[in-house]
Design a protein around this ligand. Structure first.
Ligand code: GAL
Length: 426
């Protein structure tokens, strides 16, 4: 077996937590015990675990007496979880529900017959009208819906440390107009003695930064065209994006390949880097570190992507053969409920997927995201499962990761073209 898969399986933390006053805490999933729920996520630690715990609090009060079995697998963006999950599904040992992303990421599971159709659940629970039509569309495959979203995250956000910027004479409120202007600011930071102006992490965070360059250089329509086969992967837009990406990573911390997102974002929180491009789960890390939005840190859309919301949504499934189907449906009810979404999203940095949420209930960063989601052009995140299926995004991630080592633009573009061909042939 692949060593990464072994490590991922070893990282599975199956912890039994009893909710709602039931006394016995178990650790194994028992198909004969209906009062259990085994949920598989990658929210295993730090601010992400705080988000999961907030959801559990509501689940415990809405559906008391169900033992929660936390089958989380550590690793940002599901970098270890997806492989571990695939092994479980192939072995016919599914959890009761698992975290996935709305959009193309679900295709493989659906084609393999691993997910239950939740269309009638949506009807019975009255969910069809509580989510925005664009999200329902992203969730619908051949007229059916297979998952329930807990939130909406934005992946084109720059997080900046105000004091670091000010110490180099950069006005934190004046946003660079495009990637070139931002690169000038990165140069200013380095000239002022900030060794790693841009915090970067492991492969999927590189993929996310590259995705931001694609959106900036192709614009939302061009970026969307890449996934529809309408825009060439070796055209001028992608070449510009590769060029910008190559320039940006010259400003990154040298140990980036060994850091997950939380350690990379921490560099900005600690003032060791000026900027980080990260999805807005970073909001939870900044606020839980006690920093104030608009004070110790500022956020803005990645330069060149103003007016675009790079969308993803965490969405929970009901696998075929889930041992505790009724409890899994209870979980789906909680995550889709107004109360569940509010508790979760306040802790997670994301915004509620429900259209009846009230912006004023959320802190300042999320208010900016709620406003942008309502007004901006929406594009689908590549690094977080919305734009391409797992095989295609995996091929692109490997190519971008390899570029970090060899820095050969032509090799990257060739690999992107090959990845698109392979995706079309699958
Ligand atoms: C994303 C996920 C977020 C957050 C992030 C970092 O893929 O949608 O909820 O967990 O990964 O792990």
């Amino acid at each position: 077996m692949h060593s990464r898969a072994l490590a991922a399986i070893a990282a599975v933390a199956a912890i039994g937590i009893t909710l709602g006053g039931c006394s016995a805490a178990g650790s194994g999933s028992d198909p004969n015990n209906p009062n259990q729920l085994e949920a598989f996520t990658w929210w295993a630690s730090g601010s992400e675990k705080v988000g999961l715990d907030a959801l559990l609090g509501v689940f415990g009060s809405q559906h008391p007496g169900i033992e929660f079995i936390n089958a989380s697998v550590a690793g940002g963006a599901g970098s270890n979880a997806k492989e571990a999950l695939a092994s479980r599904l192939e072995a016919g040992n599914p959890p009761d529900t698992f975290q996935a992303h709305a959009g193309a990421e679900l295709d493989g599971y659906i084609e393999a017959g691993q997910l239950q159709d939740l269309s009638s659940f949506y009807q019975e629970a009255g969910l069809t009208d509580v989510f925005p039509p664009s999200l329902i569309q992203a969730l619908t495959v051949d007229g059916r819906i297979y998952s329930v979203p807990s939130n909406i995250h934005r992946a084109n956000v720059v997080w900046a440390n105000t004091a670091v910027l000010e110490s180099a004479g950069i006005d934190p409120v004046a946003r660079p107009v495009d990637l070139d202007a931002w690169i000038d600011d990165l140069e200013t930071l380095r000239a002022a003695g900030v060794e790693s102006p841009l915090a970067l992490g492991t492969e999927w965070t590189q993929l996310q930064l590259f995705e931001n360059c694609l959106i900036a250089d192709l614009g939302p329509d061009g970026y969307n065209g890449l996934w529809a086969g309408a825009i060439a992967w070796d055209g001028p837009g992608v070449q510009n994006a590769v060029d910008h990406y190559a320039q940006l990573i010259e400003f990154a911390n040298t140990d980036y390949s060994s850091l997950d997102w939380d350690a990379a974002t921490q560099l900005v929180i600690d003032g060791d880097a000026g900027y980080n491009v990260m999805g807005d789960w970073a909001e939870a890390a900044f606020s839980q570190a006690g920093l104030g939005h608009g004070q110790e840190y500022v956020t803005f859309p990645t330069p060149g992507t103003v007016g675009v919301f790079d969308f993803l949504a965490d969405s929970f499934t009901l696998p075929v053969g889930a041992p505790h189907e009724a409890a899994a449906k209870d979980w789906l009810l909680t995550i889709s409920s107004a109360e569940g979404q509010k508790a979760f999203n306040l802790a997670k940095g994301s915004i509620p997927a429900r259209i009846d949420a009230v912006a004023a209930d959320y802190p300042s960063y999320q208010q900016t995201a709620i406003a942008s989601f309502a007004e901006d052009k929406i594009v689908s995140s590549l690094a977080h499962g919305a734009a391409a299926n797992i095989a295609w995004s995996g091929d692109i991630a490997s190519a971008v990761g390899k570029f970090g080592g060899d820095r050969k633009p032509e090799a990257l573009i060739n690999a992107l073209v090959q990845a698109a061909h392979a995706a079309a042939a699958r």
